[in-house]
Design a protein around this ligand. Structure first.
Ligand SMILES: [Zn+2]
Length: 128
């Protein structure tokens, strides 16, 4: 499993703090940051994230609701909005990371509780 994938999933599962993840993320080059954002969007789609998850994610993200990624993640159609978040200027990358990972955490927690129920073969749900 890639370092980025492990870190993002540790946050989603409450094994690591979003602030720690954001600190790690901020040390990456902008191109690496974009690659991580693309991964998080992909994970979010797999976890069937919704606009409602986006709302809850923004509330947990520490990002102002008026910031670009926060405004975009609460609008339909979500896959399209998430793609646009990835394409924001690099100066928005850290806010985008916080909003996307928080939203993924909400969607993935629901998936773990309702579908996986503690016994699944998803490598990223079996980190320990
Ligand atoms: Zn699972």
């Amino acid at each position: 499993m890639k370092e980025s994938e492990r870190i993002v999933n540790e946050i989603a599962q409450g094994l690591s703090q979003l602030d720690e993840g954001a600190s790690w993320f901020s040390t990456l080059e902008p191109a690496q940051q974009k690659a991580v954002l693309r991964e998080v969007v992909s994970h979010s789609m797999q976890a069937h994230a919704t606009v409602e998850d986006g709302r809850e994610g923004v509330a947990r993200s520490g990002v102002k609701p008026t910031a670009n990624p926060a405004v975009m993640i609460v609008r339909e159609p979500l896959p399209d909005r998430m793609a646009k978040i990835i394409n924001l200027p690099d100066s928005e990358n850290v806010k985008a990371f916080r909003v996307l990972v928080s939203t993924f955490s909400v969607a993935d927690t629901r998936r773990r509780e309702l579908e996986c129920r503690g016994s699944c073969s998803h490598a990223w749900h079996n980190l320990t």
